[in-house]
Design a protein around this ligand. Sequence first.
Ligand code: NDP
Length: 344
Amino acid sequence: SKVLVTGANGFIAAWVVRTLLEKGYAVRGTVRSEEKGEPLKKIFADYKDKFEIVVVEDITKEGAFDEAVKGVDAIEHTASPFHFKADDPQELIGPAVNGTRSILKSALNKSSIRRIVVTSSTAAIIATLPEPKVFSELDWNEQAIEEVKKQGKNASQAAKYRASKTLAEKAAWEFYEASNTNRSWDLVVLNPPYVFGPVIHDVSSPSALGTSAGDWYNSVVRPDMGGKTLEVITTVGGGWVDVRDIALAHVLALQKNEAGGERLLISKGEFVYQDFIDTANALSPSPIPSHTDLPKGKPGAGKDFVPKIVYDPSKASKILGPELVYHTIEETTRDILADFEKRG
Ligand code: NDP
Protein backbone atom coordinates (compact mmCIF):
# COMPACT_ATOMS: atom_id res chain seq x y z
CA SER A 1 0.00 0.00 0.00
CA LYS A 2 1.02 3.63 -0.53
CA VAL A 3 1.61 6.22 2.16
CA LEU A 4 1.82 10.00 1.73
CA VAL A 5 4.43 11.62 3.99
CA THR A 6 4.34 15.43 4.22
CA GLY A 7 7.55 17.41 4.75
CA ALA A 8 9.51 14.35 3.63
CA ASN A 9 12.84 16.20 3.73
CA GLY A 10 12.62 16.83 7.49
CA PHE A 11 14.67 15.13 10.22
CA ILE A 12 11.86 12.89 11.49
CA ALA A 13 10.06 12.48 8.16
CA ALA A 14 13.15 11.14 6.35
CA TRP A 15 13.29 8.36 8.94
CA VAL A 16 9.54 7.78 8.59
CA VAL A 17 10.00 7.41 4.83
CA ARG A 18 12.93 5.05 5.29
CA THR A 19 11.11 2.88 7.83
CA LEU A 20 8.03 2.66 5.61
CA LEU A 21 10.13 1.68 2.57
CA GLU A 22 12.03 -0.93 4.59
CA LYS A 23 8.73 -2.43 5.66
CA GLY A 24 7.51 -2.73 2.09
CA TYR A 25 5.28 0.32 1.70
CA ALA A 26 5.35 2.58 -1.31
CA VAL A 27 5.86 6.21 -0.32
CA ARG A 28 4.92 9.54 -1.85
CA GLY A 29 6.72 12.39 -0.09
CA THR A 30 5.81 16.06 -0.27
CA VAL A 31 8.42 18.83 -0.27
CA ARG A 32 8.13 22.56 -0.89
CA SER A 33 10.28 22.70 -4.04
CA GLU A 34 11.85 20.43 -6.67
CA GLU A 35 15.22 21.38 -5.26
CA LYS A 36 14.37 20.00 -1.81
CA GLY A 37 13.31 16.72 -3.39
CA GLU A 38 16.62 16.04 -5.15
CA PRO A 39 18.62 14.87 -2.10
CA LEU A 40 15.75 12.55 -1.15
CA LYS A 41 15.90 10.86 -4.55
CA LYS A 42 19.54 10.08 -3.86
CA ILE A 43 18.96 8.89 -0.28
CA PHE A 44 16.23 6.51 -1.39
CA ALA A 45 17.75 5.57 -4.77
CA ASP A 46 17.49 1.87 -3.85
CA TYR A 47 13.72 2.22 -3.77
CA LYS A 48 13.29 3.96 -7.14
CA ASP A 49 10.10 2.06 -7.96
CA LYS A 50 8.52 2.63 -4.58
CA PHE A 51 9.41 6.24 -3.79
CA GLU A 52 8.08 9.34 -5.49
CA ILE A 53 8.07 13.04 -4.69
CA VAL A 54 5.43 15.67 -5.22
CA VAL A 55 5.88 19.39 -4.71
CA VAL A 56 3.35 21.17 -2.51
CA GLU A 57 4.51 24.75 -2.44
CA ASP A 58 2.18 26.18 0.14
CA ILE A 59 0.57 23.68 2.52
CA THR A 60 -1.71 26.32 4.00
CA LYS A 61 -3.67 26.87 0.81
CA GLU A 62 -7.02 25.18 0.63
CA GLY A 63 -6.81 22.28 -1.79
CA ALA A 64 -3.00 22.28 -1.61
CA PHE A 65 -2.95 18.51 -1.07
CA ASP A 66 -5.82 17.61 -3.43
CA GLU A 67 -3.47 16.04 -5.98
CA ALA A 68 -1.00 14.60 -3.46
CA VAL A 69 -3.60 12.53 -1.60
CA LYS A 70 -4.95 10.79 -4.71
CA GLY A 71 -4.71 7.03 -4.51
CA VAL A 72 -2.87 6.76 -1.20
CA ASP A 73 -3.96 4.40 1.54
CA ALA A 74 -2.66 6.43 4.45
CA ILE A 75 -1.07 9.77 5.35
CA GLU A 76 1.67 10.75 7.79
CA HIS A 77 1.43 14.52 8.27
CA THR A 78 4.70 15.75 9.75
CA ALA A 79 5.24 19.09 7.96
CA SER A 80 5.11 21.93 10.46
CA PRO A 81 7.57 24.66 11.41
CA PHE A 82 9.82 23.80 14.35
CA HIS A 83 12.07 26.66 15.40
CA PHE A 84 12.45 29.23 18.14
CA LYS A 85 12.97 32.25 15.91
CA ALA A 86 9.44 33.48 15.24
CA ASP A 87 8.61 37.11 15.72
CA ASP A 88 4.89 36.92 15.11
CA PRO A 89 3.46 33.69 16.59
CA GLN A 90 1.41 33.33 13.40
CA GLU A 91 4.63 32.39 11.55
CA LEU A 92 4.33 29.07 13.39
CA ILE A 93 0.62 28.86 14.09
CA GLY A 94 -0.46 29.61 10.51
CA PRO A 95 1.32 26.71 8.78
CA ALA A 96 0.80 24.35 11.74
CA VAL A 97 -2.96 24.82 11.94
CA ASN A 98 -3.82 25.54 8.32
CA GLY A 99 -1.48 22.83 7.00
CA THR A 100 -3.23 20.29 9.23
CA ARG A 101 -6.74 21.44 8.25
CA SER A 102 -5.75 21.56 4.62
CA ILE A 103 -4.55 17.97 4.41
CA LEU A 104 -7.50 16.59 6.37
CA LYS A 105 -9.86 18.45 4.08
CA SER A 106 -8.13 17.14 0.96
CA ALA A 107 -8.53 13.63 2.39
CA LEU A 108 -12.32 13.86 2.71
CA ASN A 109 -14.26 11.64 0.32
CA LYS A 110 -11.08 9.83 -0.77
CA SER A 111 -12.19 6.28 -0.22
CA SER A 112 -8.74 4.71 -0.51
CA ILE A 113 -7.49 6.49 2.63
CA ARG A 114 -7.86 4.37 5.76
CA ARG A 115 -5.79 6.23 8.29
CA ILE A 116 -4.11 9.59 8.91
CA VAL A 117 -1.31 10.02 11.43
CA VAL A 118 -0.53 13.56 12.56
CA THR A 119 2.81 14.34 14.21
CA SER A 120 1.98 16.47 17.20
CA SER A 121 4.30 16.86 20.19
CA THR A 122 4.45 16.79 23.95
CA ALA A 123 4.51 20.56 23.39
CA ALA A 124 0.73 20.13 23.02
CA ILE A 125 0.55 18.37 26.40
CA ILE A 126 2.83 20.02 28.93
CA ALA A 127 2.55 22.94 31.32
CA THR A 128 5.09 24.68 33.50
CA LEU A 129 3.95 24.10 37.07
CA PRO A 130 5.53 24.71 40.47
CA GLU A 131 5.47 21.04 41.39
CA PRO A 132 6.55 17.99 39.37
CA LYS A 133 3.74 16.28 37.49
CA VAL A 134 3.30 13.14 35.42
CA PHE A 135 1.80 14.11 32.06
CA SER A 136 -0.22 11.83 29.77
CA GLU A 137 -2.53 11.99 26.77
CA LEU A 138 -5.19 13.45 29.08
CA ASP A 139 -3.31 16.75 29.38
CA TRP A 140 -3.49 19.75 27.05
CA ASN A 141 -1.15 22.72 26.95
CA GLU A 142 -3.67 25.52 27.49
CA GLN A 143 -0.89 27.52 29.15
CA ALA A 144 1.01 28.20 25.91
CA ILE A 145 -2.18 29.23 24.11
CA GLU A 146 -2.97 31.65 26.94
CA GLU A 147 0.54 33.12 26.91
CA VAL A 148 0.42 33.75 23.18
CA LYS A 149 -3.08 35.20 23.42
CA LYS A 150 -2.01 37.62 26.15
CA GLN A 151 1.48 38.51 24.97
CA GLY A 152 1.44 38.01 21.20
CA LYS A 153 4.87 38.74 19.77
CA ASN A 154 6.27 39.16 23.29
CA ALA A 155 5.37 35.61 24.30
CA SER A 156 8.36 33.30 24.85
CA GLN A 157 9.66 31.39 21.84
CA ALA A 158 8.76 28.14 23.62
CA ALA A 159 5.18 29.32 24.08
CA LYS A 160 4.88 30.33 20.41
CA TYR A 161 5.98 26.88 19.23
CA ARG A 162 3.96 25.03 21.84
CA ALA A 163 0.85 27.04 21.01
CA SER A 164 1.31 26.17 17.32
CA LYS A 165 1.43 22.44 18.12
CA THR A 166 -1.48 22.57 20.58
CA LEU A 167 -3.70 24.56 18.23
CA ALA A 168 -2.80 22.33 15.26
CA GLU A 169 -3.63 19.19 17.19
CA LYS A 170 -6.89 20.66 18.46
CA ALA A 171 -7.75 21.60 14.88
CA ALA A 172 -7.09 18.00 13.81
CA TRP A 173 -9.39 16.49 16.42
CA GLU A 174 -12.10 19.10 15.81
CA PHE A 175 -12.02 18.45 12.08
CA TYR A 176 -12.08 14.71 12.72
CA GLU A 177 -15.11 14.87 15.01
CA ALA A 178 -16.98 17.19 12.66
CA SER A 179 -16.40 15.10 9.53
CA ASN A 180 -17.40 11.61 10.58
CA THR A 181 -19.79 11.02 7.71
CA ASN A 182 -17.63 11.83 4.71
CA ARG A 183 -14.33 10.17 5.55
CA SER A 184 -13.15 6.59 5.19
CA TRP A 185 -10.21 7.10 7.55
CA ASP A 186 -9.55 7.47 11.22
CA LEU A 187 -7.01 9.68 12.96
CA VAL A 188 -4.00 8.89 15.13
CA VAL A 189 -1.92 11.60 16.78
CA LEU A 190 1.62 11.00 18.00
CA ASN A 191 3.11 13.18 20.74
CA PRO A 192 6.88 12.83 21.05
CA PRO A 193 9.14 14.97 23.25
CA TYR A 194 12.60 16.08 22.00
CA VAL A 195 13.69 13.77 19.17
CA PHE A 196 17.39 12.89 18.89
CA GLY A 197 19.34 10.54 16.65
CA PRO A 198 21.46 10.19 13.56
CA VAL A 199 20.35 12.22 10.54
CA ILE A 200 19.69 10.80 7.10
CA HIS A 201 18.18 13.88 5.43
CA ASP A 202 20.23 16.50 3.65
CA VAL A 203 22.37 18.29 6.27
CA SER A 204 25.50 19.99 4.98
CA SER A 205 26.97 21.08 8.34
CA PRO A 206 26.08 21.05 12.04
CA SER A 207 24.63 24.54 11.69
CA ALA A 208 22.08 23.10 9.25
CA LEU A 209 20.80 20.53 11.77
CA GLY A 210 17.17 20.92 12.82
CA THR A 211 16.14 22.35 16.17
CA SER A 212 16.37 19.21 18.32
CA ALA A 213 19.43 17.60 16.68
CA GLY A 214 21.14 21.00 16.61
CA ASP A 215 20.49 21.55 20.30
CA TRP A 216 21.95 18.11 21.10
CA TYR A 217 25.02 18.86 19.01
CA ASN A 218 25.52 22.25 20.64
CA SER A 219 25.18 20.79 24.13
CA VAL A 220 27.00 17.48 23.86
CA VAL A 221 29.60 17.83 21.11
CA ARG A 222 30.80 21.44 21.12
CA PRO A 223 33.53 21.82 23.73
CA ASP A 224 31.91 25.02 25.02
CA MET A 225 28.52 23.29 25.33
CA GLY A 226 27.17 25.69 22.71
CA GLY A 227 27.63 28.52 25.18
CA LYS A 228 25.24 26.92 27.66
CA THR A 229 26.01 27.32 31.33
CA LEU A 230 26.69 24.39 33.63
CA GLU A 231 23.44 25.25 35.33
CA VAL A 232 21.48 24.88 32.10
CA ILE A 233 23.24 21.64 31.21
CA THR A 234 22.46 20.11 34.60
CA THR A 235 19.02 21.53 35.42
CA VAL A 236 17.12 22.32 32.21
CA GLY A 237 15.79 19.06 30.91
CA GLY A 238 13.00 17.45 29.00
CA GLY A 239 11.83 14.16 27.61
CA TRP A 240 13.51 12.51 24.66
CA VAL A 241 13.06 9.71 22.17
CA ASP A 242 15.27 8.30 19.39
CA VAL A 243 14.27 9.41 15.90
CA ARG A 244 14.20 5.77 14.75
CA ASP A 245 11.69 4.94 17.47
CA ILE A 246 9.35 7.80 16.64
CA ALA A 247 9.66 6.78 12.97
CA LEU A 248 8.74 3.19 13.83
CA ALA A 249 5.84 4.52 15.91
CA HIS A 250 4.57 6.31 12.78
CA VAL A 251 4.52 2.97 10.95
CA LEU A 252 2.99 0.99 13.80
CA ALA A 253 0.36 3.71 14.14
CA LEU A 254 -0.77 2.77 10.61
CA GLN A 255 -0.85 -0.93 11.40
CA LYS A 256 -2.59 -1.19 14.76
CA ASN A 257 -6.37 -1.05 14.59
CA GLU A 258 -6.60 -0.02 18.22
CA ALA A 259 -4.61 3.15 17.50
CA GLY A 260 -7.57 4.66 15.62
CA GLY A 261 -8.91 7.76 17.35
CA GLU A 262 -6.05 7.83 19.86
CA ARG A 263 -3.48 10.35 21.00
CA LEU A 264 -0.22 8.55 21.81
CA LEU A 265 2.61 9.95 23.90
CA ILE A 266 5.90 8.36 22.78
CA SER A 267 8.85 8.93 25.14
CA LYS A 268 11.95 7.08 26.27
CA GLY A 269 12.38 9.16 29.40
CA GLU A 270 13.58 12.35 31.01
CA PHE A 271 17.04 13.87 30.57
CA VAL A 272 19.34 16.78 31.18
CA TYR A 273 22.17 17.20 28.67
CA GLN A 274 24.68 16.24 31.36
CA ASP A 275 23.30 12.68 31.03
CA PHE A 276 24.19 12.62 27.33
CA ILE A 277 27.57 14.28 28.02
CA ASP A 278 28.44 11.61 30.60
CA THR A 279 27.23 8.86 28.28
CA ALA A 280 29.26 10.27 25.37
CA ASN A 281 32.43 10.40 27.48
CA ALA A 282 31.93 6.87 28.80
CA LEU A 283 31.49 5.16 25.42
CA SER A 284 34.24 2.65 24.83
CA PRO A 285 35.55 2.42 22.23
CA SER A 286 34.75 6.04 21.44
CA PRO A 287 32.87 6.46 18.16
CA ILE A 288 34.74 9.75 17.62
CA PRO A 289 38.45 8.97 17.94
CA SER A 290 39.40 12.00 15.85
CA HIS A 291 38.08 14.62 18.25
CA THR A 292 38.40 13.77 21.87
CA ASP A 293 37.53 17.21 23.15
CA LEU A 294 33.96 16.48 24.16
CA PRO A 295 32.74 18.71 26.96
CA LYS A 296 32.72 17.23 30.47
CA GLY A 297 30.17 19.53 32.12
CA LYS A 298 29.74 18.47 35.72
CA PRO A 299 30.05 14.68 35.62
CA GLY A 300 27.29 12.83 37.46
CA ALA A 301 25.22 15.96 38.13
CA GLY A 302 22.36 14.57 36.05
CA LYS A 303 21.56 12.21 38.91
CA ASP A 304 20.48 15.13 41.07
CA PHE A 305 18.06 16.41 38.46
CA VAL A 306 14.42 16.17 39.51
CA PRO A 307 12.32 16.66 36.38
CA LYS A 308 9.25 18.86 36.77
CA ILE A 309 7.73 17.27 33.71
CA VAL A 310 7.55 13.48 33.66
CA TYR A 311 5.90 11.52 30.86
CA ASP A 312 3.73 8.44 31.04
CA PRO A 313 4.17 6.62 27.70
CA SER A 314 2.39 3.43 28.83
CA LYS A 315 -0.68 3.84 26.62
CA ALA A 316 1.46 3.99 23.47
CA SER A 317 3.38 0.88 24.51
CA LYS A 318 0.13 -0.99 25.04
CA ILE A 319 -1.40 0.07 21.74
CA LEU A 320 1.66 0.00 19.47
CA GLY A 321 2.83 -3.27 21.01
CA PRO A 322 6.10 -5.01 21.83
CA GLU A 323 7.71 -4.05 18.51
CA LEU A 324 8.25 -0.56 19.86
CA VAL A 325 11.47 -1.03 21.84
CA TYR A 326 13.09 2.28 22.71
CA HIS A 327 16.78 2.85 21.97
CA THR A 328 18.81 3.38 25.13
CA ILE A 329 20.73 6.58 25.86
CA GLU A 330 23.98 4.68 25.10
CA GLU A 331 22.73 3.45 21.72
CA THR A 332 21.38 6.83 20.67
CA THR A 333 24.51 8.68 21.82
CA ARG A 334 26.84 6.22 20.10
CA ASP A 335 24.93 6.34 16.83
CA ILE A 336 24.69 10.15 16.76
CA LEU A 337 28.43 10.50 17.41
CA ALA A 338 29.28 7.84 14.83
CA ASP A 339 27.14 9.78 12.37
CA PHE A 340 29.03 13.03 13.09
CA GLU A 341 32.33 11.18 12.76
CA LYS A 342 31.29 9.79 9.39
CA ARG A 343 30.42 13.28 8.15
CA GLY A 344 33.76 14.64 9.38
P1 NDP B 1 12.40 19.58 10.54
O1 NDP B 1 12.57 21.05 10.68
O2 NDP B 1 13.57 18.75 10.30
O3 NDP B 1 11.33 19.28 9.40
C1 NDP B 1 10.18 20.01 9.30
C2 NDP B 1 9.48 19.69 8.00
O4 NDP B 1 8.29 20.49 7.92
C3 NDP B 1 10.32 20.03 6.78
O5 NDP B 1 10.02 19.19 5.73
C4 NDP B 1 9.87 21.45 6.47
O6 NDP B 1 10.02 21.81 5.12
C5 NDP B 1 8.40 21.34 6.78
N1 NDP B 1 7.87 22.67 7.06
C6 NDP B 1 8.25 23.52 8.04
N2 NDP B 1 7.57 24.68 7.93
C7 NDP B 1 6.76 24.55 6.86
C8 NDP B 1 5.83 25.41 6.22
N3 NDP B 1 5.60 26.65 6.67
N4 NDP B 1 5.20 24.95 5.14
C9 NDP B 1 5.45 23.72 4.66
N5 NDP B 1 6.31 22.86 5.21
C10 NDP B 1 6.96 23.28 6.31
O7 NDP B 1 11.61 19.18 11.85
P2 NDP B 1 11.43 17.79 12.60
O8 NDP B 1 11.66 16.65 11.72
O9 NDP B 1 12.16 17.91 13.86
O10 NDP B 1 9.87 17.88 12.95
C11 NDP B 1 8.88 17.23 12.18
C12 NDP B 1 7.58 17.27 12.96
O11 NDP B 1 7.77 16.68 14.23
C13 NDP B 1 7.04 18.66 13.22
O12 NDP B 1 5.63 18.60 13.14
C14 NDP B 1 7.46 18.94 14.65
O13 NDP B 1 6.61 19.85 15.29
C15 NDP B 1 7.32 17.55 15.25
N6 NDP B 1 8.12 17.32 16.45
C16 NDP B 1 9.49 17.40 16.42
C17 NDP B 1 10.23 17.13 17.56
C18 NDP B 1 11.72 17.17 17.57
O14 NDP B 1 12.31 17.17 18.66
N7 NDP B 1 12.40 17.18 16.44
C19 NDP B 1 9.55 16.82 18.82
C20 NDP B 1 8.13 16.73 18.75
C21 NDP B 1 7.44 16.97 17.59
P3 NDP B 1 11.23 22.80 4.66
O15 NDP B 1 12.48 21.98 4.73
O16 NDP B 1 10.85 23.18 3.29
O17 NDP B 1 11.24 23.94 5.61
